[in-house]
Design a protein around this ligand. Structure first.
Ligand code: DGL
Length: 291
């Protein structure tokens, strides 16, 4: 794997009033943002989708690490107190480089929470993982799951078309279900007659396809999304470190806000993000930034 050496940026210690930075290659990380805003309604968020360079899943680890560092830099320059890498591909390869580059900044990824959720939900330890090509090749989920549950039987498959479908806002219907079947059926056959008992959505774009995925997987397979576990881990971290914007015991005075940024295509981002977040977003809500 290519190691990307990053410049070191000395960030001042995080403050409770600062926003939380979240990034992904595109709109996928919004599934994590949605879970974060549910669990932490008073917090402010900066969301960056690197839409100009999507998909990350087909790029080399060195390129993904470089992109991740550039995304983080944009967010750090705006004064964030914590960084959530809402992309499994970047979480798989770039966490060490990010922590080295921004030593004062807490950085949390999505692979570890996803692996933990899978180990909590599986009964027989037969775990199927679907993710991007890069995440599957790097084996990040294998390693993370096996550290918690060494006896697990894990099989994985890259499903790159799911990213394209999600970015297109094409999240259900016969065509989508057909694509889901093409990917899942051979993967499930690898488990033999019993099949897997759980399926990890190892890419943050995939939860919007959860309905067709669950239908194809069938009722005996638990479909696992790391968004809720990641949000719970972020909430726990803020609480332990005294970095929550407002204490839980205080009366709720104001809702936090989200500032959206993308590296290309404000209209497209707004249209699809609206589907992901279940509310209307216009292109004026999306700031285009250059990395
Ligand atoms: N959403 C990203 C992930 O979780 C990557 C999708 C892509 O850009 O290929 O892996």
């Amino acid at each position: 794997m290519g190691i990307v050496r990053a410049m070191r940026y000395d960030t001042p210690g995080p403050q409770a009033a600062q926003p939380i930075g979240v990034f992904d290659s595109g709109v996928g990380g919004l599934t994590v943002l949605r879970a974060l805003t549910r669990v932490l309604p008073r917090e402010d968020f900066l969301y960056l989708g690197d839409t100009a360079r999507l998909p990350y899943g087909a790029k080399s680890p060195a390129s993904v690490s470089r992109y991740a560092l550039q995304c983080a830099r944009v967010l750090v320059d705006q004064g964030i107190k914590l960084l959530v890498v809402a992309c499994n591909t970047a979480s798989s390869v770039a966490l060490p480089a990010l922590r080295e580059a921004f030593p004062g900044l807490p950085v949390l990824g999505v692979v570890q929470p996803g692996a933990r959720a899978a180990c909590e939900r599986t009964r027989a330890g037969r775990i199927a993982v679907i993710a991007t090509e890069s995440t599957v090749q790097g084996g990040a989920y294998h390693k993370a799951i096996q550290r918690i549950r060494p006896d697990a039987e894990i099989r994985s498959r890259a499903c790159p078309l799911f990213v394209a479908l999600a970015e297109e806002g094409w999240i259900d219907g016969p065509l989508v279900e057909g694509v889901v079947g093409e990917y899942l059926q051979p993967l499930f056959r690898e488990f033999g007659s019993h099949g897997p008992d759980s399926l990890v959505l190892g890419c943050t774009h995939f939860p919007v396809l959860a309905a067709p995925i669950s239908r194809v997987a069938g009722p005996d397979v638990a479909v696992i999304d790391s968004a809720a576990t990641t949000a719970a881990q972020v909430a726990d971290y803020l609480e332990r470190t005294g970095l929550c914007k407002a204490e839980k015991s205080q009366p709720k005075t104001s809702e936090g806000g989200v500032h959206f940024m993308a590296t290309d295509g404000a209209s497209r981002f707004a249209r699809v993000a609206g589907i992901f977040l279940g509310r209307e977003l216009t292109p004026d809500h999306v700031q285009i930034v250059d990395l």
